[in-house]
Design a protein around this ligand. Structure first.
Ligand SMILES: NC(=O)c1ccc[n+]([C@@H]2O[C@H](COP(=O)([O-])OP(=O)(O)OC[C@H]3O[C@@H](n4cnc5c(N)ncnc54)[C@H](O)[C@@H]3O)[C@@H](O)[C@H]2O)c1
Length: 440
């Protein structure tokens, strides 16, 4: 089935899928919503942040007016690329606080490691900027809570970088569940097997590279020596900065299970195995192997993670299997297959077989949705509360494994675990001075 047939058959449009539900226009801001032009700043430029910036700049009227990174090499390389590809000359910064003083900035992209997301996002909201914040929304439960409250208080447009929410293929998958094609939802199986999840080979500490403000890279995280395996890209495997493969891919993939199952809140209960099963010593604090069960009222999500390998079911390193009474959907970022169950009495499949390949890039769609919402002041495809639900689905099992609990019960009203004080001690990070956890 090609894309055109698929769209005609399902008669679904992006608008019909409820990508942007209507919210009242903003009324409390001194700056008018931009109409023809949009000035963007990027904080954290190396990898994903720069990709997201480029998606912004491929839209008419979008200007890059500031780039900020603590690493001069990254900053200068990206500034040269912006000049070459887009003929734009942003102002360059090493301190994001100075960026937020620049008055002509409408929106900020946060592409730093996870431990910085909360502080920078709250500061940007306070400065009156809209925010595209990369996923996972934050590196702790408390920071996620703060970010939801801050977005509500300052009434800014916020998009969390779970771009699969804007991916047509995932909209289709979740729609097949919601419109009854799959029958009653029974189970969602999710896996993420990636070589990088084992971490890098250990190397000794070394001096901080020239042109790097490493203290500003650490920010609110504890002071630590410099090691390249805990820096650009590989920070993911250290608790003070990220949540390992479990959280890196988990927020994307679990988000689809939550969407399919109509779950908008954190899990009440998780059953967890977390351990290290990779055969070589690696530079890593997070777990290379994790199995998590999320029991819901009448269905279950299973999430399985293996670092150090790159193969999995359906010959894919990652994927989502959605099982209903009428069939099973397999979906990844490019393919969707619906395998129907056989109705023996009626002598026919219980639902229509589907094979579909997606051609569109979801980051681009997610950015377009953000730009549209900046103009309309509508709610984005992935607002903070959706980011929080996904993030707590990875932080809670990580906390369980860290404190050696095979089961945790989460009380979302009182924001605490009811069965482990050791787990409660990991809800809120201790910020290193002079940084102070924003309070709401
Ligand atoms: N949505 C996706 O598919 C996707 C994919 C990859 C990464 N990400 C997310 O994007 C974020 C960045 O990941 P990455 O792979 O690009 O990491 P990275 O380490 O490659 O880049 C992070 C950049 O932030 C800079 N930085 C750190 N602290 C800073 C500060 N205080 N001020 C300014 N710059 C600072 C670093 O110097 C570096 O250039 C993470 O939250 C990650 O989870 C999302």
């Amino acid at each position: 089935m090609n894309r055109r047939n698929f769209i005609e058959k399902t008669t679904l449009t992006a608008a019909g899928l409820g990508l942007a539900s209507a919210l009242p226009a903003r009324s409390d801001t001194s700056r008018p919503a931009p109409s023809d032009s949009l000035n963007i700043a990027l904080i954290g430029c190396r990898n994903m942040g720069f990709g997201i910036l480029q998606h912004h700049l491929s839209n008419p009227g979008v200007n890059c007016v500031a780039l900020c990174d603590i690493d001069d090499t990254v900053l200068n390389e990206k500034a040269a690329e912006v000049k070459k590809k887009f003929n734009q000359t942003p102002r360059l910064y090493k301190d994001f606080r100075k960026v937020l003083e620049q008055k002509d900035i409408d929106a900020v992209i946060i592409g730093t490691p996870d431990h910085w997301h909360c502080y920078i996002m709250v500061s940007a909201l306070q400065a009156g900027k809209d925010v595209y914040c990369e996923k996972p929304m934050a590196n702790s439960i408390a920071e996620c809570n703060i970010m939801v409250k801050a977005a509500e208080r300052y009434k800014r447009v916020v998009q969390i970088g779970q771009q699969q929410r804007s991916g047509y293929i995932f909209q289709k998958a979740t729609d097949l569940v919601k419109n009854g094609s799959l029958g009653k939802l029974r189970k969602v199986n999710i896996w993420a097997n990636f070589e990088y999840g084992a971490g890098q080979k250990p190397v000794p500490d070394s001096p901080v590279p020239a042109g790097v403000d490493f203290d500003m890279w650490l920010g609110p995280a504890p002071k630590r020596s410099f090691n390249p395996t805990r820096y650009h890209g590989s920070w993911r495997h250290f608790w003070d900065y990220g949540g390992g493969l479990v959280s890196d891919w988990g927020v994307h993939l679990l988000d689809i299970g939550l969407w399919a199952g109509n779950i908008t809140a954190p899990p009440q209960k998780v059953l967890v195995y977390g351990g290290n099963t990779f055969h070589e010593p690696r530079s890593r604090e997070t777990f290379d192997s994790m199995s998590v069960i999320y029991p819901y009222k009448d269905f279950v999500i299973n999430y399985d993670v293996t670092g150090g390998v790159q193969k999995g079911p359906y010959d894919m390193p990652y994927g989502i299997e959605i099982i209903g009474d009428n069939g099973t959907i397999f979906v990844d970022r490019n393919k969707l297959s619906l395998y129907p169950e056989w109705d023996a009495a009626a002598k026919k499949p219980r639902t229509e077989e589907i094979r579909y390949t997606e051609g569109k890039e979801s980051h681009n769609e997610h950015v377009k949705n953000f730009i549209e919402c900046i103009k309309t002041r509508n709610k984005t495809a992935c607002p903070p509360e959706t980011g929080r639900a996904a993030a707590l689905h990875v932080h809670i099992p990580n906390i369980a494994a860290r404190v050696g609990e095979s089961m945790l019960i989460w009380d979302d009203v009182n924001n605490r675990f009811t069965n482990s004080e050791a787990a409660n001690a990991l809800i809120t990070p201790a910020y290193r001075e002079p940084w102070v956890l924003p309070s709401f």
